[in-house]
Each structure stands twice: as C-alpha cells, then as structure tokens.
Design a protein around this ligand. Structure first.
Ligand code: GLV
Ligand code: MG
Length: 346
C-alpha cells in the first residue's frame, strides 16, 4: 500500500504538485459538444457565456470514422476560444479503445495548459484511474504543464459501482464522477432502452381496496446508484453529478431527474442538447425561497451553535450546516449570475 504521505507527491519528475483541495467552481451543467461538427463548434464562443462547463466529446456518439476529426476539432476549439470562468473538459475514449492513447497524447501536448478536466468513461476500478494518473503526470512533465489536469470518472459499469468508494479516493487528481445510466443499464442487464429517467414499469402498487383500480407509483430507477455515488464522493471530498437524460422531447422528465439528483447532493448534470442548459441552471441553482430560509437560520445562530425557532421550525447546529450548504452554493451562483444575485438579495 502506498503511504499516505506519498499520496500528494507528483507521479513524475517535473509534473505539477497534485491539488490538496478542489477548486471551488460552479458546475451546474457539463455541456456536451461534438467537436467534429463545425456548425456546433462555431457556436461555442457564444455558448461559453451561458454555461459552466463545455466538454468536447470524443467517446460514444462520435462515429468511429470521425474519431480523429473530433480530436482535431476539439484541439482547434480549445485553442481558438477564450473560456474565461467556464470549465474546459473533454471526454476521451475508453481505455480499452484504439483511440485513447492518441486522444491523451495529442490533447495534453496541444492544449494541456488550458484543459481543466478529463472525463474518463467506463471506469471499472482504481487501476483505470492509476493508469491515467501516471500517464498525465508524465505528459504534464514533458510539456511543462503547471496546473494538474483533473480526472472525472463515469460510473457506468456494474464493477465500477461495486468499486465506487475506491475509485473516489484513487488519486488527488479525482475531480468527481457522473452517473452514466445508459452504459450502466447495459452492463447490469437492466431491461430498459432509455437514457436515464424513470421507467413506467418500475412501480409499486397501492394496496387493493374493494375492487377499485390500484394506484401505481413510479419509482426512480437511479436512486440507489445516485445515493451510493453521492456518499462515495462526499466522503472523499469530490463532486457527484447526474449524467445524461436522453429524451430531449421530455423537459419535465429531465427536470425531475435532475432535481432528484440535486436534492440528493449532486452538483450538476450533463446537458446534451441546448434546451437542457436552462433546465440544469434552474435546478442546480438553489431556490430563492430556500436561500431566504437558510439566511434566516444563519442570522438566528451567528456562531452556528444552540437552538432557535423560525416560523415554527426547530433549528440547531445541524440545520445551521444545512443552511450553509444552501447559502454557499447561492453565493457561488450569485457571483456568476447578477439576476440570481438579485433574487437571492445579495
Ligand atoms: C453515459 O455515458 C451513459 O452511458 O449513460
Ligand atoms: Mg456511457
């Protein structure tokens, strides 16, 4: 076993020191862009002003014969655009693919100094993180990159879910992870063709009453995995995200899925279509009424201890901490969004 004191040592001579704390960033939506489609990348300079993270996707959804073009397109886009406070990420191909080594080599060499996060798909266990961690350190040293590139794992295989706690703590390079419901469904043998969201057949039935039609209550297929992922991430000090919602014609379903994950502790979700950007923004920015309540709690207990009654509700040290989660997030949103700052009364 590696000694704890070695954990924060760079993995290559000349690589930047691993971060001890994650940068505090607003990442309500990770917006996916197909970098080989010029019509889409042409809109990125305008788009970066509306989104928190832009991700150049090289993996699934990019046809095999466009893999090289997507890589080249991503590098060109990364060079051309001024991202400001918007995060620049890429989703590379899976580690068992023939494209991934070129993805990593070419991207770190060309734009490693601009890249914030590499999203790694189909992570099965710590060995996947360790491989990428070592390789990135070597490339950072080779190309004199000053700031470590972080790793974001997609949780989308049964084995990955089994190993989620170890994955979360595999390296100080870990930024967080996203639930990948499509690959995960396939890996587990779940019988659904949907990308995320509920399923009309996953229900509980109300008790039978005198021959009346029994009410059906649809359940959340992703509740268990989301909860497991949130606990693994929160205890490791990294960030959990809900991933894709594939039915672009169902904004309400998307909003419900995003909101469940927000309430359970996720920091954001993927937007695969421009229409999902606004949904993610709305869901992952705390509700002004909730923020007002949280501010009342903090004002009533300035040092965070004791007890208070507000609007008939008991508050104490624990609710003060809950309130702080909400207010800290609201401040982060407000710093980026003057309209929300006004709605929060900051
Ligand atoms: C995302 O990559 C998924 O498989 O859902
Ligand atoms: Mg996937």
């Amino acid at each position: 076993m590696k000694l704890p004191r070695q954990f924060y040592q760079p993995l290559a001579i000349g690589a930047p020191a691993p971060l001890r704390e994650l940068p505090v960033k607003l990442e309500r939506m990770i917006h996916f862009v197909p970098p080989h489609v010029e019509k889409v990348t042409a809109k990125v300079p305008e788009l970066v002003r509306q989104i928190d993270v832009v991700l150049g996707n090289l993996e699934d959804a990019i046809p095999a014969d466009a893999k090289a073009a997507a890589r080249v397109g991503f590098i060109a886009m990364a060079k051309a655009v001024e991202f400001g406070a918007t995060g620049l990420w890429t989703r590379i191909n899976a580690l068992n693919s023939p494209w991934v080594l070129d993805d990593i080599n070419a991207i770190v060499a060309a734009i490693g100094h601009k890249l914030d996060v590499i999203m790694l798909p189909k992570v099965e266990g710590v060995w996947d993180i360790h491989y990428l961690d070592q390789l990135l350190a070597q490339l950072e040293a080779k190309h004199s990159i000053q700031k470590p590139i972080l790793i974001h794992a997609i949780l989308e295989t049964a084995q990955g879910v089994n190993n989620v706690e170890a994955i979360a703590t595999a390296s100080p390079r870990m930024h967080g992870m996203s639930l990948g419901p499509a690959d995960l469904a396939a890996s587990r043998g779940m019988k659904t063709t949907r990308v995320g969201g509920g399923h009309p057949d996953y229900v509980v039935l109300a008790d039978a009453k005198d021959g009346a039609t029994r009410e059906k209550f649809q359940q959340d297929l992703w509740h268990y995995t989301t909860a497991k992922m949130v606990d693994a991430c929160a205890s490791a000090g990294i960030k959990p995200f809900y991933g894709p919602f594939g039915d672009f014609s169902d904004p309400d379903g998307c909003e419900a899925q995003f909101r469940n994950s927000f309430l359970m502790g996720c920091a954001g979700a993927w937007s695969l279509h421009p229409s999902q950007i606004g949904i993610a923004k709305r869901v992952f920015s705390p509700d002004p009424a909730e923020v007002a309540m949280a501010r009342k709690i903090i004002a009533a207990m300035p040092d965070g201890t004791g007890a208070a009654m507000i609007d008939g509700k008991m508050q104490d040290d624990a609710t003060w901490k809950q309130a702080k989660v909400v207010v800290d997030l609201a401040r982060l949103v407000a710093a980026k969004d003057p309209d929300m700052a006004a709605r929060y009364g900051f």
